[in-house]
Every structure is written in C-alpha cells, then in structure tokens.
Ligand binder design. Structure first.
Ligand SMILES: Nc1nc2c(c(=O)[nH]1)N[C@H]1C(S)=C(S)[C@@H](COP(=O)(O)O)O[C@H]1N2
Ligand SMILES: [Mo]
Length: 203
C-alpha cells in the first residue's frame, strides 16, 4: 500500500523535488499528453507540404519536406504549459531551430503570425521565435510527431503557453505590428507568459 495520499495519483501527478520551481502558477503536472485542437486534424501529404516565410504579398523563403529534413536539427527537452492548466515536464522533441529558418529575415520584422493547415493562426514577437527559443518540431520522443499533436511539423515555443505552439504550421508571416491570431481574437492574451499567468487579455 502506497503511503502517498490517494489524491496524488491519477491525472494530477505528484510533483518531483524540483517541480515547485519548474511549475508556473496555477498549473498542475500531468504525464498524459492531452490533445487540444480547435478543429479536425488536417492531413496534408508530405509531397504537398512546404514551410514559408512571407512578408506582405511576398514569399521570402520556402522549404519542402526533404529540404527541411536536410537542415541541421536539434533534439531538445522542454517543459510545456497549457492555458487549461496542465503542464508536462521534460518533453523530448526534435526539430529545426526557428533561427535557421528565419535567417537574416528575422531582423526585418517585429512580430510574426504563424499560419497553419486548417486556418489556425497565432501571433508572437520576433524575439520570442529567435535566439534559440523556438523550433519547427517534427519529432517527439524519438518518433515522428503524431498528426494529432501537430505532425508533420508544429511550432514549439515552450516558454509561452502552448496555444502559441501552432500545430500543422505551414509558415510565418512577418509583421511590423502585433496582430491577434485565432485564440487571441477570442480574448486570450496577446503574449501568453505562463510565469506571469497571462491567460486572457488584461491578465
Ligand atoms: N493549428 C493548431 N494549432 C494549435 C491548436 C489548434 O487548435 N490548431 N491548439 C493550440 C492549443 S490551445 C494548445 S493547448 C496546443 C495543444 O497541443 P497538443 O494538442 O499537442 O497538446 O496546441 C496549440 N496549437
Ligand atoms: Mo490550449
């Protein structure tokens, strides 16, 4: 019989020793990987898939799937935090740093709007998708990223609430001014820092 209180089992996992410092306010740790999608999972064949950097009407750069796979990739571990209050610690991903994809274009815009198959969008300041803080992720736990979690590839920006990590992402639109994306238009915070509990506009 475990001496641990029953309430610590199940969905709300008991925290490890360092969890107190790694868990943003109002979050609990889960071992599950919940799926949160505003619509059906799009299924774009890899032969049709591209990732694009756009500005205004111009496409500044595109990568096909084989071209993306040819770029230097990193395996990295991150804690992820959903605004619905679950956090998942030590998630293991593989992907290409957004620095590699944005290249010199990064310095020329202050914000980006990520766009996706299915029409989802989300906005981020350029400093939050550069400097080693964001990836185009296509692997999870040494496997290809599952479609329900955003495969073939999703944005991963672990230092912001997970709605900023656009699944099925197909590119970034470079912007001079901040423009709300899908959830931001419904009242979610424009920035979404879990450590400052920026869940909704005005937080
Ligand atoms: N394209 C797209 N990306 C999305 C979403 C979505 O509905 N569509 N949901 C967001 C939200 S609200 C969250 S919490 C995370 C959930 O990622 P998961 O389903 O892999 O847990 O994806 C984000 N990215
Ligand atoms: Mo979410």
């Amino acid at each position: 019989m475990s001496p641990v209180t029953r309430g610590f089992h199940g969905r709300h996992e008991k925290a490890g020793a360092d969890t107190a410092t790694r868990l943003p306010p109002g979050q609990y740790v889960t071992r599950d990987f919940p799926v949160l999608s505003a619509g059906p999972t799009p299924m774009t064949p890899l032969s049709d898939w591209t990732f694009a950097i756009r500005r205004g009407g111009d496409t500044l750069a595109t990568w096909t799937w084989p071209q993306l796979q040819a770029l230097p990739a990193e395996t990295f571990t991150a804690d992820i935090h959903c605004v619905t209050r679950w956090s998942k610690l030590d998630t293991r991903w593989r992907g290409v740093s957004m620095d590699t994809l944005l290249g010199h274009a990064a310095g020329e815009a202050r914000y980006v709007l990520a766009f996706c198959d299915g029409g989802y969008t989300t906005n981020l300041p350029m400093p939050d998708v550069t400097g080693g803080k964001a990836w185009l992720a296509f692997g999870y736990d040494d496997e290809p990223l599952e479609p329900e979690h955003g495969g073939p590839a999703r944005l991963l920006v672990p230092h912001l609430y997970l709605w900023k990590s656009a699944k099925w992402v197909r590119g970034l639109e470079l912007l001079d001014s901040d423009q709300p994306g899908f959830w931001e238009n419904y009242g979610y915070h424009m920035y979404g820092d879990p450590w400052r509990e920026q869940r909704y506009a005005g937080d």
